[in-house]
Design a protein around this ligand. Sequence first.
Ligand SMILES: *Cc1c(COP(=O)(O)O)cnc(C)c1O
Length: 551
Amino acid sequence: MAKSSKGSSDEQAAMAALSPFELKDELIKAAGGGAVERAANASMLNAGRGNPNFLATIPRHGFWQLGLFAMRESERSFAYMPEGVGGFPKREGLTERFELFLRENRGVPGIDFLGGAVSYVRDQLGLSAGDFLYEMCEGILASNYPVPDRMLKLSEIIVGQYLRREMIGKHPFVGEFDIFAVEGGTAAMTYIFNTMRENHLIKAGDTIALGMPIFTPYIEIPRLNDYQLNVVNLDADVKKNWQYSKKELDKLRDPKVKAFFLVNPSNPPSVKMDATSLEYIAEIVKERPDLILLTDDVYGTFADDFVSLFALAPKNTILVYSYSKYFGATGWRLGTIATHRDNVLDKLLAELPKDVKKELHHRYESITTEPDKLKFIDRLVADSRTVALNHTAGLSTPQQVQMVLFSLFSLMDTRDAYKNALKRLIRNRKQALYEEMGISFADDDPNQVDYYTILDMEFLGERMYGREFVDWLLTNTARPDLLFRLAREARVVLLPGLGFGTLHPSGRVSLANLNESDYRQIGRAIRKLTEEYVDRYNAASGKKLDKNKVL
Ligand SMILES: *Cc1c(COP(=O)(O)O)cnc(C)c1O
């Protein structure tokens, strides 16, 4: 595929149907980075991956040390058996033995952190240190099913504090929320779509709204035969620094729109929604109290002073969060779904027509004596294991332990040292990229998060060389062609922005996955390709654009 520079129109149509993540595989092949070539080919620069190349070490050290302590607990609770049989940890004297363990291992990475974490839980959160250690030891040994299945008790409180700090911050927030610990943002999305459908909150033929451009699964799931939803796009505007105009947000006033799905900060523009837009949506919700909002705030922790839509419209909003990006933990599969205790979903469930309620009563009667009162979030848990396996539902307990340690690490970091280090890292990469491209205006918006950056061909091309050049470029290059040329000639892989629903042809550069010098190299490759197109344009049009221009 895609050997010739243009490709046949059949090939182009096939490419256009691919999700950006599938197209990426084709681009990698074009860059000579297939499985066979990979070993010999260290020089391919794949900026298509959202997976970070950094990870949080301290809470991982904490995890392994806690594991050693828990193993000791298991072995001391049973008479010694050389065959390798241990028992459950014992609650009595646990804190004292833990103190001893800390003293014995002073100076070992992770030990200070663990000691600090237990103090934080006791002194700052007012929880019992012994109960906490017991939950963590049992959890890391993984010798019991997760109980409660939605989330372990103290773990929920601690993760709740973390979400409050990162997603709500100083914004006023009345009431409490429940959390379901899940296998990453991926599972969160799957579970939420499924339970909304099973519970008739969205039916085939219903309309939902999407904040575009957006992480592609949100575009693809509603189109599946399982869902068959109509979609209204709210388009963010590159000329407005990727914010939504009031006119776009006003589409949510239409009572036909049952739910609005948002990724904030966005993927791929990587810009957080500004305060005006958040407040505007909160105003619309007052007029439309039945509107369901879902906000996927995976990137919130990378933003300056982030406030989630969940803080402004808590009763209408399902909050999705994942530990994957911020802690470099995609392999752990750690995410959360949070809903306010007083929420529109439960209200809508109570208002369903009689016959539907009867059907749902039947669906959930095996797990509770009062199925009508089963909350939406508990329906998510049950549906995640086909209801019948509800008693063995829930996220594996070692996963919950690592989630708690990540959360505590962040809560204890009152000066935001880790956060600032990550921000510095990705922002320096971005600066390196743009500098080599000859562009200096890309850094002036406080809402930018810079986990990704979109190179919008029309927007950047027009600002650099004018409208006529862009028009010529658009008519003289096939769609994924520029991305394929970058892959073949410079071995640089970017994802096509159009696949995420951008309005203009563009490339998504992940700033998370490569080193600064790589971004310089990518910037130079893009610049070189652009200059070549300027030469061709000058030759074709007789114009004399200065290809060495910098902005
Ligand atoms: C990466 C990403 C996810 C997936 O997160 P996992 O926790 O790794 O499954 C979800 N939503 C968005 C917007 C993402 O970018």
